[in-house]
Design a protein. Structure first.
Length: 256
């Protein structure tokens, strides 16, 4: 298992962020493909140039962020979701990326719910399209229980829809982030290294290793299920910047 980093965690412009990520010593970057310079609107030459630059800095692009901002069960958004998925897949192909992370929306708990059938059909079709190009659309955890997510994924029978696992979002839901690894073992293709702490005002993000996520058990569980992908450092809050990233890397280097 190796480390990576979400480029947004560095809060620099694109090329400077790539250069800094290389200097930190991670081997891969996740890139948000919903805004900024790297989106499906990027020209072919722009895609080629960015891939070349990342590789010249010793980095692979481990995933594209593709949060549509719409539930996949939203009937009014289905055509838009299909279109954006196709365009993201095209971008992923050109950037040699195998994983697109996204949010599919909260799952119905009842399989007899009409929305369950609709979401199932949408995900199955998207999964079929992604699988054709050996790409995984990886759903973030935290919108539904791991049990409900597993139930839906098992019903799809496609390698195109998988899981992006973030232990920190499960704890506020009262779920065990280690147990969830085993529960979703057949579906995890991408993982985050994020941590949280609990204070008087509730949960807040903190530097990995300084909060309540049981990282040693989490990493051990990933090894035990045979996970060979990246642990992606993702830091959305705080003002520590690169110092926080370096602390996280130092901590994670000791346990992975």
């Amino acid at each position: 298992m190796k480390l990576g980093l979400t480029l947004d965690s560095l809060r620099f412009d694109l090329r400077e962020a790539v250069r800094r990520a290389s200097g930190i010593g991670v081997g891969a970057i996740d890139v948000d493909a919903t805004r900024g310079e790297i989106t499906p609107d990027l020209s072919y030459s722009g895609r080629r140039d960015f891939l070349h630059y990342a590789r010249s800095c010793g980095l692979e692009i481990s995933a594209l962020g593709g949060d549509f901002g719409k539930s996949f069960s939203d009937e009014d958004a289905v055509e838009q979701i299909f279109d954006r998925t196709e365009r993201l897949i095209g971008l992923a192909i050109d950037l040699k990326v195998r994983v697109i992370t996204t949010r599919i929306g909260q799952l119905p708990t009842d399989e007899k719910d009409r929305k369950w059938d609709m979401l199932h059909d949408v995900l199955k079709e998207i999964g079929r399209r992604a699988e054709r190009y050996e790409i995984h659309l990886a759903s973030h955890v935290g919108e539904s229980t791991t049990a409900d997510l597993k139930k839906m994924l098992n019903s799809l029978n496609t390698e195109g829809i998988k899981v992006c696992y973030d232990p920190s979002v499960l704890i506020p839901m009262g779920l065990d982030p280690v147990k969830g690894v085993y529960e979703l073992s057949n579906h995890i293709v991408h993982t985050y290294a994020r941590d949280i702490m609990k204070g008087e005002k509730g949960y807040a993000e903190t530097v990995p290793g300084e909060g309540i996520v049981p990282f040693k058990d989490y990493v051990l569980a990933l090894y035990e299920i045979g996970y060979k992908g990246r642990q992606i450092i993702k830091r959305e809050a705080g003002s520590g910047g690169i110092e926080d990233i370096m602390k996280a890397k130092e901590f994670l280097d000791k346990i992975i």
